[in-house]
Structures are given as structure tokens and as C-alpha cells.
Write a protein that binds this ligand. Sequence first.
Ligand code: TTP
Ligand code: MG
Length: 241
Amino acid sequence: MANRSFNSDEDVIPSPTPSPPRTNEDRKRKTRTVLVEGNIGCGKTTFLKYFEQFKQVQVHPEPVSEWTNYNGFNALDQLYSDPKRWCFAFEAMVSLSMLNHHKSGADCKIKMLERSMYSAKYCFAENFRQDGMMAGVDWAIFNEMHSYLESKEDIGADLIVYLRASPEICFERLRRRNRSEEAGVPLEYLRKLHNLHDDWLIHGKRGKLTTPVLILDVGKELCEVKQDIEKYRHEIIGGFD
Ligand code: TTP
Ligand code: MG
């Protein structure tokens, strides 16, 4: 265990540990792994749906329904009702379900995951840390658990597709889709998450990125977004179409 001491919730560690560089496991991986990232409501699930038509591609949408019914417990609802109480448990649960995603589908040519362990850590948990919701020993345990899993498991990827839209547009889409648990999510929360995605995937603030990142502007009209997806399809699935 790391040799740190914690006196109070104010005693926070400044930033998440960056992920280790690409390993031999990354180089040996036979399945092309694509991570689809972007703010809440930007359109990740819709993007994945488009790729379902290709039989070489196995898509893994995020299991939000498990988070809203974790053995009968609506963890997402609890998180939004009382983030300080629930963010540690929620982010631990998300990270474990992401780990399952990373490990599944080894028998296919391409697998595409909605989100990853990385965004749980670099965007959501980091935001809770910055807001003082996950502090002291909670943050340290979360960070240490992540670092341990990252070092033991092959969670690397060949490409990250960053679906980027303004927080205002994501907010509008969130309102329209009307997930009951998200009814009180303020625009400010999406602004913070937007900046954290940018920090990680554009500004390299979470360590040097060793996975290529394709940034798609998904703030446009749907038909234009579809055209862009068609345009980059070959690059995204690595010529397996
Ligand atoms: P997203 O992971 O952004 O998924 P989405 O389906 O809302 O996105 P899209 O419309 O682009 O398909 O968020 C799902 C919900 O879970 C959302 O309310 C935010 C929450 N969440 C966390 O609180 N912490 C996390 O680590 C993750 C991954 C999600
Ligand atoms: Mg989704």
C-alpha cells in the first residue's frame, strides 16, 4: 500500500496518476479496440449504433441500466441526489463495469466501447475530486485501485474517438432525452466535464497520450455528423470494412 497519511477530507492528493505507457500487451493485442468518449449526451450510444451494421465490429454500449438497477438500487439516482455520499461507490462500480468491457470481446476483429476506465478516472472522478466531493482517503483508494488495475489488466486501446460538442448542445440533448435521474443536472456540470475531456484528450494534462485520438465535431446537425462518420469510417475501424 502507498505510504500516505490522511487527516481529513481536505487532505487531498492533487491529481490522478497518469496511465502507464503502452505495454507489450498493447502490441500483442489482436482485436482492434476503439474507445468512444465525449461529454454526457454528446451522442456516444448513437455513434455505436451506426457501427452495429458491420459484422466485424462488436459494440459495447455502456450499461447505464445496470447503474440504475444495481440489485434493485438506483445508484445513478443516488449519485445525483447526494454526490458526496455516493460518488466513491458510484465511480468504483463504473470502473468495474468498464473493466468488464475492456476484457470482453477478445474473439472479434474490432471492439468498440462506450467509454472506458480512463474517462471514469480522468473526467468523472477527477471532477468529484476538484469539487471536494471525493476527498482524502476515498480519492486515494480510488486512485490506487485504478492504478493497480491498469497495471495488471490490458485496458489499452488502438484509437480513441472523441465526440466533441459544446456543453450547451449536450445540455439540450440531455433535456430532450429526459433520463429521469439526470433531470437536475446543471449546465455548469457539463461545462466542467467538457473541460476535463479536453484536458485529457486535447491538452495532454493527464499524461502523454500514447493512443491516437480522432476528434469529431458532433455539435453539428445529425446529417452532417453522419457524413463525417462515413468519411472517417475506414480510419475508425482500421480498414476492416
Ligand atoms: P455517459 O457515460 O456520458 O453516457 P450517455 O449515455 O449519457 O452519453 P451519450 O448520450 O453520449 O450516449 O453518462 C451516463 C450517466 O452516468 C450520466 O448521467 C453521467 C453518469 N456517469 C457518472 O456519473 N460517472 C461516470 O464515471 C460515468 C462514466 C457516467
Ligand atoms: Mg450512451
